[in-house]
Ligand binder design. Structure first.
Ligand SMILES: [Zn+2]
Length: 430
């Protein structure tokens, strides 16, 4: 069974060439699309199987769907939760009283609900690939498989990791290494996750790098999100965060992702620039935590991804936020932000990850008061296109959202389940 998009106005995400015609979308993890000469070439039935899906896209726009470079499934049930025991006065207290209180309470069912809710939100926002950084220190075993299964159920491709740290003692870090090793050994698409330099001791850092080497993977870590990270690193190790990661070998992997990178000095920026690693920018999270803003100057901008840091699943929103804070440095234009928004595909392709080929598409119902052309596309991208324009979503050649409705699962059932799990989680926080 294939999907045919009739009368398509297609925006090539790399060249911004606009093409008009009819597209056949092949189903499968590494398949593509094909232009067909006329609607006469669209068969109603592909032989004995199910009928083809034919969508008339007249008046709509089609382009490649989106990817998230840094997400947190584990925070999905935090929305609207009661205030913490103490109102945090700084970043460290935000972690202590909010996120480290929450992630300790997560159990397998809550993780499943969090992953399903995140995958639904991603699908409806046209995000068909998610790079996630998961934390559930007292429910680590099988957590990556639970997330992978939930994402697969909805049709979202993924690159997962389990966030390891020494903040809860030896047992969780040991279990994190085992979970990561098992997931990678069994063919899971994953990275080796670490929380941040200031919660990771030398032994765990070395073991994580070794694991990444063994499975030809990379490290996914928060780096210099807040001054606490470089300050602790200087105090405990006599070097700054990037120097420590570099000395440990974490920057040798081209799959490595450094989240945030806000508080780096020039020497650290040079180390990152001269390495093959990618950075994930999470603007709204930085503003929310009052930790500063990302400044792209001094980095290889082809190696910056955009993420949400678990705040939401709307990558068009992340792109707009990145553009707005970029105005203070003067370094970011609509064009550079569009390219940054699309770097996730480059990262995934360069590293041969599956699930992000050309048969991942969004159909946009975008009615603009002005013409959209290849020449002014970047302006429409920043100031016009929004998630409300996402009408249908195709992931790996399969229609997962049509007319803004999820097709792969019963959305109401999923939301009912996540609400029950959220109540249990919030009770645990008391
Ligand atoms: Zn994060």
């Amino acid at each position: 069974m294939s999907i045919y998009l009739k009368n398509a106005a297609y925006i090539d995400w790399k060249t911004l060439e606009f093409k008009q015609g009819h597209i056949k979308v092949f189903e499968g993890p590494n398949r593509g699309i094909e232009w067909i000469p006329s609607p006469d070439h669209i068969p109603e039935m592909p032989g004995k199987g199910e009928p083809n899906t034919i969508i008339d896209c007249k008046g709509k726009w089609i382009t490649k769907s989106f990817g998230c470079g840094h997400h947190h499934v584990y925070s999905a049930l935090a929305r609207g939760m009661p205030a913490p025991k103490k109102i945090p006065a700084n970043f460290h207290e935000i972690l202590q009283y909010i996120w480290w209180a929450l992630d300790k309470c997560l159990d397998p069912q809550m993780i499943e609900a969090s992953a399903l809710a995140t995958a639904v939100a991603c699908a409806k926002h046209g995000v068909t690939f998610v790079i996630d950084h998961h934390s559930s220190p007292f429910s680590i075993e099988n957590s990556l498989k639970i997330i992978a299964d939930a994402f697969d159920k909805i049709g979202i491709s993924h690159l997962l990791c389990c966030e390891m740290s020494d903040r809860d003692g030896e047992t969780p870090s040991q279990k994190g290494l085992e979970e990561t090793g098992n997931f990678l050994k069994n063919g899971g698409q994953g990275l080796v996750g670490l929380h941040a330099s200031f919660t990771v001791g030398n032994d765990l850092l070395q073991k994580a790098v070794k694991l990444a080497e063994t499975y030809n993977s990379g490290i996914h870590i928060h780096a210099a999100e807040d001054p606490i990270d470089p300050d602790s690193c200087l105090r405990d190790h006599g070097v700054r965060v990037i120097q420590r990661l570099h000395a440990a070998g974490a920057l040798t992997f081209k799959k490595t992702i450094l989240g945030h990178c806000l508080h780096l000095d020039e020497n650290e920026k040079e180390l990152v620039r001269n390495s093959p690693v990618y950075i994930a920018q999470n603007t709204e999270s930085n503003l929310n935590n009052n930790v500063g803003v990302f400044d792209s100057r001094g980095f290889n901008t082809d190696h910056i991804l955009l993420g949400t840091d678990g705040m939401h699943s709307d990558m068009l929103r992340s792109a707009k936020a990145a553009f707005l804070v970029g105005q203070s440095s003067g370094a970011d234009s609509p064009e550079t932000i569009y390219k940054r928004f699309r770097n996730v595909h480059k990262y995934l392709q360069e590293n041969n990850f599956t699930g992000d080929s050309e048969n991942n598409l969004v159909i946009l119902d975008y009615d603009s008061p002005t013409d959209m052309t290849p020449e002014n596309f970047y302006g429409h991208f920043i100031f016009g296109l929004e998630s409300l324009h996402i009408e249908s979503v195709i992931s790996k050649g399969k229609l997962i959202v049509r007319d803004r409705k999820i097709l792969t699962i019963d959305e109401q059932e999923t939301l009912d389940f996540s609400k029950i799990m959220a109540k249990r989680l919030w009770k645990c926080l008391k």
